[in-house]
Design a protein around this ligand. Structure first.
Ligand SMILES: *[C@@H]1O[C@H](CO)[C@@H](O)[C@H](O)[C@H]1NC(C)=O
Ligand SMILES: *[C@@H]1O[C@H](CO)[C@@H](O)[C@H](O)[C@H]1NC(C)=O
Ligand SMILES: *[C@@H]1O[C@H](CO)[C@@H](O)[C@H](O)[C@H]1NC(C)=O
Ligand SMILES: *[C@@H]1O[C@H](CO)[C@@H](O)[C@H](O)[C@H]1NC(C)=O
Length: 300
């Protein structure tokens, strides 16, 4: 068994707080390395005038990295987010988010002082109406451009140290697909050379906390776009499952009758064109690798 150290762990926990805040995806922010956006309600950076937080230098652990990653200075994800930003909002009390405009999980209200209990339920024990609502919310996320976050379509070096920002819009569902991919992808060592023995979110103690935070943030974003403040992601209790019993058209989609690589055409998700999404991910990856120069038009 191998372990990452806390520095990698802390780095990835930062990562999960969104790919790149739209407000910081510009050359001014990248060149100054400061990502401390204004909280729109009071117009101050990090909501400082309202006592929500302040712009601070990021603190990084100096613990050594695990043996899986025998490099320094080759991957934008090292000491995240230090390659891109060295000052970010540090939020006080129950405030959270890239501009401290959100409440920490479990809190609500204008000053984030109201406790809110959220209960995740077994997908097989919620009503058909609630289950259908869940699928409709996923569909809405798939068709809603993220308001607050964009994704990087190039490395920091490709962005010419910030003077040439490379970001694009993404829908709220794919944002989370992308974050998961970005944290676990290989390290690009230049040319076609890659280091595959790295994964910043799995195979080490960061696995559980990373995914817990990931799900909390996903839930939170869905709560925001639907206005359903009590929404929680149902869970699949697979302890006694003999197979994938949520892989049916009523739930997450059955298999295509003739092509095992496709979803059943009767599935709610068949129209999502997962295949195209995968292809797009590969295109972005190829672009980051720089091995296959792409027509940027393909990515828009
Ligand atoms: C943060 O980045 C800026 C811009 O590159 C640089 O001037 C500053 O010295 C950096 N601060 C630290 C503490 O590294
Ligand atoms: C929230 O905090 C502000 C500033 O302290 C205060 O003026 C306001 O009354 C509070 N609102 C509520 C609903 O507690
Ligand atoms: C980017 O910054 C690094 C470190 O400061 C420097 O070595 C490199 O030459 C810069 N690259 C460009 C394209 O400015
Ligand atoms: C969320 O749950 C709380 C507590 O049960 C309730 O007061 C509130 O009305 C609910 N919100 C919505 C939008 O249903």
């Amino acid at each position: 068994m191998s372990f990452f150290t806390m520095s990698v762990l802390l780095g990835i926990l930062h990562l999960a707080s969104g790919q790149f805040p739209r407000a910081c995806a510009n050359s001014e922010s990248l060149l100054s390395k400061e990502c401390c956006p204004q909280w729109p309600e009071d117009g101050s950076s990090c909501g400082e005038l309202s006592g929500r937080g302040s712009c601070r230098e990021i603190l990084l652990s100096d613990a050594p990295l695990g043996p899986q990653f025998p490099f320094t200075g080759v991957d934008d994800r090292e000491d995240w987010p230090a390659v891109f930003y060295n000052r970010t909002c540090q939020c006080l009390g129950n405030f959270m988010g890239f501009h401290c405009g959100e409440c920490k999980f479990g809190f609500a209200g204008p000053n984030c002082t109201e406790r809110r209990l959220q209960v995740r339920r077994d997908i097989f024990r919620i009503s058909a109406r609630e289950k259908n609502k869940f699928l409709a919310y996923l569909n809405l996320a798939k068709h809603t451009t993220s308001r607050d976050f964009v994704i990087a379509t190039g490395t920091y070096a490709q962005m010419n140290n910030g003077s040439n920002p490379m970001f694009r819009n993404i829908n709220l569902y794919d944002l989370f697909v992308w974050m998961h991919y970005y944290v676990s992808r290989d390290t690009l060592l230049g040319g076609s050379s890659v280091w595959r023995d790295i994964d910043f979110a799995h195979e080490a103690p960061g696995f559980l906390p990373w995914h817990r935070l990931f799900l909390l943030l996903w839930e939170h974003e869905i709560q925001k776009i639907t206005g359903d403040e009590n929404f929680t992601v149902p869970y699949w209790d697979w302890r006694d499952a003999e197979g994938c019993d949520i892989c049916t058209d009523e739930y997450m989609g059955g298999r295509h009758p003739t092509n095992p690589n496709l979803l059943s055409p009767a599935s709610f998700f068949a129209s999502w064109q997962v295949g195209n999404g995968k292809r797009e991910e590969e295109l972005l990856y190829a672009q980051m690798l720089g091995t296959e120069m792409l027509d940027p038009g393909q990515l828009r």
